[in-house]
Design a protein around this ligand. Structure first.
Ligand code: MN3
Length: 199
């Protein structure tokens, strides 16, 4: 069973004006599709064939660069499309909000730190909200790495992630990365983040 490109549960235009339809379409049908097919090529005929992506990523230091980059790209975009899916709660609440307050001080402090992590990631990469047992931390990773990987500085389960590769925003925002990061914040589907928090 090979890895399949996830179908989005919404139209490419559904996140406009914050993320334009053309960016969504290229991001999904070109970038995410390429990670998916290159991941399949990279595991084909190896002992990784048939393993889950989570299993592959947790021992990624043992695998090829192609598996690391494309396996990360496959996983990360699956998460990204879900956490910006239209609808859902526009604010965290309940147990997730309590965990944010306990671990990160307050929702405002969390937002500040998350935006900072996204803006200070030099070059291509991601910023994350990461679950470590019952504690939440913020991190960022280069390229298509993520906190599931044994090579990550901060390890845990990512429950929210922002793609800060230029391909995620450049058509609409060009060099205005802060505008994209702020727009992303308003798109977050907190029901999906809460679902991942509960595991
Ligand atoms: Mn991307």
């Amino acid at each position: 069973m090979s890895f399949e490109l996830k179908k989005l549960g919404y139209d490419y235009a559904a996140l406009e004006p914050h993320i334009d339809a053309r960016t969504m379409e290229i991001h999904h049908t070109k970038h995410h599709a390429a990670y998916t097919s290159k991941l399949n090529d990279a595991v084909k005929g190896s002992d990784l064939e048939g393993k889950s992506i989570e299993e592959i990523l947790k021992n990624v230091s043992n695998h090829s660069t192609a598996v690391r980059n494309n396996g990360g790209g496959f996983y990360n975009h699956n998460l990204y499309w879900d956490v910006i899916a239209p609808g859902g709660a526009k604010e965290p609440k309940g147990e997730l909000l309590n965990a944010i307050n306990d671990s990160l001080g307050s929702l405002e402090k969390f937002q500040e730190s998350f935006v900072q992590a996204a803006l200070t990631r030099f070059g291509s990469g991601w910023a994350w909200l990461v679950l470590q047992e019952k504690k939440l931390v913020i991190s960022s990773t280069p390229n298509q790495d993520n906190p599931l990987m044994d090579v990550a500085d901060v390890k845990g389960t990512p429950i929210l992630g922002i793609d800060v590769w230029e391909h995620a925003y450049y058509l609409n925002y060009q060099n205005r990365k802060p505008d994209y990061v702020n727009a992303f914040w308003s798109l977050i589907n907190w029901d999906e983040v809460a679902r991942r928090f509960k595991g």
